[in-house]
Design a protein around this ligand. Structure first.
Ligand code: ZN
Length: 184
């Protein structure tokens, strides 16, 4: 087995064309009911997600699988940071059906766009249609910070990254030369 790496637009001061191309691609739906290949892809994404403590969410394209699978943490962000293990969800073939409520601007980072953060405007309430890990249809509603995470992950399935949003991009001064070049 290959080591789980995160696919990135750039790494060590260089653009990674091949990884960028996959990250920019619209991911494909999994067949429902899941076949063996679909089950394997789901398992691979879940394992990769659970291995990372630094990820609030992970989308399959971020590990090189162009399929509509996302996993994300779901609990207690506002009050006390992340709570214990097990507080996460997987959604397959997820699509946002409604954006509601007010919008909110917040800085977001992304494992696929290392070293930067971007001010992203997002809805504070969303409705999502998807299939769960058992292949059953689900309709979900997310609010607040969780709605933001889910929108970020679903963006990945549509080939959209934080740098594609309008907001101000921040990066460390010592990497300015590289980022000035790509965000000029
Ligand atoms: Zn991301």
């Amino acid at each position: 087995m290959t080591k789980n790496k995160t696919w990135q637009l750039w790494r060590d001061g260089k653009m990674i064309e091949e990884e960028g191309a996959l990250l920019r691609k619209k991911a494909a739906d999994l067949p429902v009911p899941f076949n063996a290949a679909a089950k394997k892809d789901i398992q691979t994404l879940v394992e990769a997600f659970l291995k990372r403590d630094d990820a609030l969410g992970l989308a399959a394209p971020q590990i090189g699988i162009s399929k509509r699978i996302i996993a994300f943490k779901v609990k207690d962000f506002d009050r006390k940071g992340l709570s214990g293990k097990g507080d996460w969800e997987v959604l397959i073939n997820a699509r946002i059906t409604q954006l509601r409520g007010e919008t909110e601007v917040m800085n977001e980072g992304c494992l696929s766009c290392p070293d930067i953060s971007v001010e992203v405007t997002r809805a504070t309430e969303i409705k999502v249609k998807a299939v769960d890990i058992n292949g059953d249809k689900v309709n979900k509603r997310y609010t607040g910070f969780l709605a933001r995470i889910v929108q970020h992950e679903i963006d990945h399935l549509d080939g959209r990254l934080v740098v594609d949003h309008e907001g101000t991009i921040s990066f460390p001064k010592e990497k300015q030369a590289f980022f000035d070049k790509i965000f000029k």
